[in-house]
Design a binder for this molecule. Sequence first.
Ligand SMILES: CCCCCCCCCCCCCCCC(=O)SCCNC(=O)CCNC(=O)[C@H](O)C(C)(C)COP(=O)(O)OP(=O)(O)OC[C@H]1O[C@@H](n2cnc3c(N)ncnc32)[C@H](O)[C@@H]1OP(=O)(O)O
Length: 228
Amino acid sequence: MQKTPSIAYNLSGWMDTSPEVRPAVNDNWQSRRELAAALRRLNTAVLTRDVPTELLQSVTATMQAEAARIEANEVVPGTKAQAERNSTQHGQLPDIFYEINPASGQSNAIAPPMHIWQTDGRVHACVTPSWSYEGPFEHLHGGIIALLFDQVLGAGQRITGVAGRTGTLEIRFHHPTLLNKTLHLVAKVDRVVGRKKFMVGELWADDVRTASCKGVFISERNWPDAIA
Ligand SMILES: CCCCCCCCCCCCCCCC(=O)SCCNC(=O)CCNC(=O)[C@H](O)C(C)(C)COP(=O)(O)OP(=O)(O)OC[C@H]1O[C@@H](n2cnc3c(N)ncnc32)[C@H](O)[C@@H]1OP(=O)(O)O
């Protein structure tokens, strides 16, 4: 009988402690990072070029064929399944989380990607959103700002030693946020009350604070101690 693989649901080591993006854990993840970067580039190019219809149709046919080649491989859906696979190719839970998260995942083409690190009791992040994330003319979409805050405040709560889910996010948009510019986010724990972690964060473009956020993250009653 095949033994059920067990994993430690421990995310320690997931977050960097310096502004440098860490190298991929192996060639497979490095290749995924490069593919994700190519997909982001393609998406932004399609959105920002006056492309002839025939070229669009041709590229679509190519991409459909390429998607089918990838889909022909074994399905391993989601972070948990990938971690439980427990193979050297797939890495451990913190590695997988680092790569596939939709806000910060280096290997997720949806992610801008934002880079997050922890230092001095705060969580910092930087991100350069492209035209793919446009909301109002030439500016960042507010829903993307919410995504960035959710991730940064959500990452910051691990300073308390216990993870939790987002209960409430309250965002104030002070100024429009430009695209194609490196933005900085910072978050910290404001206070902890029972299972509730009250987080605060800010989004900065140069010396302009364009948005600020308050978030409540709530630990589950029976959350495994290892997850932090
Ligand atoms: C996903 C896990 C990742 C783990 C690794 C993390 C580390 C790596 C960083 C990654 C960063 C990712 C960041 C993205 C994180 C998401 O995106 S999570 C997804 C979005 N959120 C959800 O889906 C949450 C859905 N809601 C729920 O599951 C449940 O409502 C909750 C939030 C767990 C609370 O349920 P509950 O435990 O039954 O709460 P309950 O006992 O009724 O209330 C407990 C206390 O909280 C208060 N409360 C309840 N709900 C709320 C609320 N919505 N707002 C404010 N207060 C509330 C109550 O008033 C009560 O307060 P007190 O009476 O004690 O003063």
